[in-house]
Unconditional design. Structure first.
Ligand SMILES: Cc1cc2nc3c(=O)[nH]c(=O)nc-3n(C[C@H](O)[C@H](O)[C@H](O)COP(=O)(O)O)c2cc1C
Length: 183
C-alpha cells in the first residue's frame, strides 16, 4: 500500500483548502494511505513514513513561507541523506494571479530536490486553459471548478506515480490509462 503525505502551511486557510482537494485526488486511486499534516504539527517521522509527498505553502514574497522553510531547515536538516528517492510535488496559494504562485512552487521543488526527492510537474490540462506544470496554484482560496480540479489532479498524479514506481502497479501509469481509454 502506497503512503502519501500532504504537508502544508496555511496562515489564513487558503492553502489548507487546497490541501483538502489534493487529498481527495490522492484518495481517488485505490490502495493509498493518505496522511495530512499542518507543518506546525508535522514531524520528521511523517516524512520518513511516506513514499510520496505534496508540499503546499502560501506564496510569500514569491517563495515558500518561512514556516515551511523552517520545517526543512530545522526539523528535516538532521535527516538529510536519509530520505532520498521519495516522489514529491508542490502547490501554492497566492494573493492574486501573477503574484508568484508558480515561483513559490518552484522554490518548494528546489528545497525538495535538495533532499533528493524525485519532483514532478503535470502535463495534463485540468480544465480549459488550466494546467499545473509546476504544481497546483490558486489565487486566494480554490474557489472555481478549474482550480479545484487542478488540486485534485495533482493529488491523483502523485498517487499514480506512487502506485507505479513504489507499488509496482504499472496499470496505474497515466499514459497507460489514456491508451486503454482510447481503445
Ligand atoms: C508575508 C506575506 C507575503 C506575501 N507575499 C505574496 C506574494 O508575493 N504574492 C502574492 O500574490 N501574495 C502574497 N501574499 C498573499 C498570500 O499568498 C495569500 O493571501 C494566500 O492566499 C495566503 O494563503 P493561506 O491562506 O494559506 O495563508 C503574501 C502574504 C503574506 C502574509
Amino acid at each position: 500500500m502506497g503512503k502519501i503525505l500532504i504537508l502544508y502551511h496555511s496562515a489564513t486557510g487558503n492553502t489548507a483548502k487546497m490541501a483538502t482537494l489534493v487529498v481527495e485526488g490522492a484518495e481517488s486511486i485505490a490502495g493509498m494511505e493518505v496522511r495530512v499534516r499542518d507543518v506546525e504539527a508535522a514531524t520528521a517521522e511523517d516524512v520518513h513514513w511516506c513514499d510520496g509527498l505534496a508540499v503546499g505553502s502560501p506564496t510569500n514574497m514569491g517563495i515558500l513561507s518561512w514556516k515551511m522553510k523552517r520545517f526543512w531547515d530545522d526539523v528535516m536538516a538532521p535527516h538529510w541523506m536519509k530520505v532520498d528517492g521519495k516522489i514529491a510535488c508542490a502547490f501554492s496559494s497566492s494573493g492574486g494571479w501573477g503574484g508568484g504562485n508558480e515561483l513559490a512552487c518552484q522554490s518548494i521543488l528546489t528545497v525538495l530536490m535538495n533532499f533528493g526527492f524525485l519532483v514532478f510537474g503535470v502535463t495534463d490540462y485540468a480544465a480549459k486553459l488550466m494546467t499545473l506544470h509546476y504544481g497546483a496554484v490558486a489565487a486566494r482560496e480554490p474557489r472555481s471548478d478549474d482550480v479545484q480540479d487542478a488540486c485534485r489532479t495533482l493529488g491523483r498524479r502523485l498517487a499514480e506515480w506512487v502506485a507505479v514506481y513504489v507499488d509496482g502497479r504499472g496499470e496505474e501509469h497515466p499514459l497507460c490509462k489514456t491508451r486503454m481509454g482510447a481503445e
